[in-house]
Design a protein around this ligand. Structure first.
Ligand code: CMP
Length: 143
């Protein structure tokens, strides 16, 4: 068993459209366990830091402004191959390219308003989990 943890965010459009339960249902139905969860309003500095890897990209400023436009819900997901599994459930970044039945294909409006974020690899997952959660916030479910 390759039990992993990954960081997931329900973005402002997902919260605004009342999709928190729908997104959690999809995670749980796929066998991922929510082992930490919090709602928060990101500050501009937090959003800039979280997406610092994209700071040279043309969409960076709009992305930061969008991510601070309303509250987000951050969670740690745990399970077998959780990083890749979560990415499969989310679908491609651009909803137009996302496979049918994925969160983004079914629920997202655009590449920016794409409902969810997920870590893209093991090191990113470690860093992104630490961005939102202290070790003591995480309640392991699989051992
Ligand atoms: P996310 O997985 O959160 O990582 C970076 C985000 O930038 C991405 O989802 C998109 O919502 C957003 N974004 C906006 N425009 C683009 C673009 N042209 N290419 C990639 N990501 C974009």
């Amino acid at each position: 068993m390759n039990i992993e943890r990954t960081l997931s965010i329900i973005k402002p459009d997902g919260v605004e459209k009342n999709l928190i339960g729908e997104v959690y249902r999809r995670f749980e139905q796929a066998g991922l366990r929510i082992v930490a969860s919090r709602m928060l309003q990101l500050s501009q500095a937090q959003a800039e830091a979280f997406y610092a890897v994209h700071r040279e990209r043309p969409f960076y400023r709009d992305l930061v402004n969008y991510m601070i436009s309303g509250p987000v819900v951050a969670q740690v997901l745990e399970g077998e191959n959780a990083i890749e599994r979560h990415r499969e459930i989310m679908g491609a970044t651009d909803p137009k390219k996302a496979a049918k039945g994925t969160i983004r294909a079914d629920l997202a409006a655009s590449i920016e308003e794409n409902v969810v974020h997920g870590s893209d690899g093991a090191e990113t997952a470690r860093n992104e989990i630490a961005f939102f959660f202290a070790q003591s916030d995480i309640c392991p479910r699989l051992r």
